[in-house]
Design a binder for this molecule. Sequence first.
Ligand code: GLA
Length: 383
Amino acid sequence: MKFITQVLFAGCIFTAMLSCNNNTKNETVEAEKTTSGTSRKEWGNIEGQPVYLYTLSNAKGTVVNITNYGGIVTSFVTKDKQGVASSIVLGFDSLAPYLQKHPYFGAIIGRYGNRIGDAKFSIGKEHYTLAANNGKNALHGGLKGFDKVIWSVDPPVDSVPSITLHYMSKDGEEGYPGNLNVTVKYTLGDNDDLSIVYDATTDKATPVNLTNHSYFNLSGDVKETILGHEVQINANSYTPVDTTLITTGEITSVKGTPFDFTTPQTVGSRIDAVTGNPGGYDHNYVLNRQGTGLETAATVYDPVSGRVLEVKTTEPGMQFYTGNFLDGSVINHTGTPVNFRTALCLETQHFPDSPNKPAFPTTILQPGETYHSETVYTVSLRK
Ligand code: GLA
C-alpha cells in the first residue's frame, strides 16, 4: 500500500531530481515538483522507513513545510509589512532534532489532545488506563502519540497545494480502545490560509480529540517574546484547572479577570496575574459559537511585523498556551535557544479531560460515526 502511494506520488511529478538513497542531508537534495504547488524531498529515515518534507507554496510566495513524521508543520513562511519573509512558527530544518525531546513543535496531536486526569477513563463498564507521561496525568496522546509516528501520504490530486496524511492507530495503542483510522489534510490557500481537516473512524468506542501544536511567533524572530502580541479570543468563558493542569469541570466567566480577551489585549499586560503551575496562560477557552461551521476563535496581531493571524474552527474549545514551559533547553536551527514565552499556541480542541467530565461536550467516537474537525489559520498584514 505504501509502495503504491509512493508510485502514485511519483506519477504526479513532472520534475524528478531526487536521488534514491536515504539522504539525511536534506539541503543537498533537490525537491520534486508537482503541478499542484506541492513538492517533496527526502528528509531521512526512521528504522528504514523514509520520511519526507512536503512544501506547499502559493502564488504570493507563502510557503508551508510539513513532514510526514508526526504530520509536523516545520515552517510557515510569510512576508512581514516590510516584505521580509520569515517563518511564523517554531521548528527545525532537519529531521534529527524532531527525534529528540521537544515540546510538540508543529505536530498533529492525538489520539487525545491535552490532558486526561490520572491517565484513566471509563466508557460504560470498560475501564482504560493510559501511560502517565505528565506527572500522574496523560498528555497529548501518550508516550508515542500521533506526533511521533510516520504518516502515509496520498498523492496530490488538487489544483491547490495540499497533502493528505493517514495513520491507523491500533486497538490498545497507548492504552486507547479501538482501531482508529485517521486522515489529516493540510491545504494552503491563495489567501495565506492554512486549512487543517481531521477525520477519523473507529471500530470501538474511544475518545478522540485531534489538534495541531504549532507555536506561533508572528515577529518571525524567536529571540523576541510574544508578550507584545495583541490577542483577541472569541470566548466569554474558560475551563479553570487544578495544580496539575487538569480541568476542574467548571466553566467560568472571563469577565473582570486576566483571562478576558474578548477585546484585543497584549499577552503581557496581565500574564503575571495568572498564577499557577508554572503561571501564565495555559487554558482552554470555551468558544462563543453560533452554529457548527468554521467560526472565528482568535485573532493575534503583532504590531512590529504587522502580521495578523486569524484562527477559525469548528471546535468548541481552544487551548491558549503562552510557552510557559519553554526554557531555552531546545535550540532551534539558527542556534537560538527557544526561551520562555517566545511563542504561543492556539490549539483548537474539545475540552481537556472530557472523558472524565460528563458535563463537557462528549469526545467519545462510536463505531459507525465519523469524527470531523476543521481549523484554518489565516495570515494577513495590517500596515
Ligand atoms: C500544551 C499544554 C501545555 C504543555 C504544552 C507542551 O499546550 O497545555 O501545558 O504541556 O502542551 O509543552
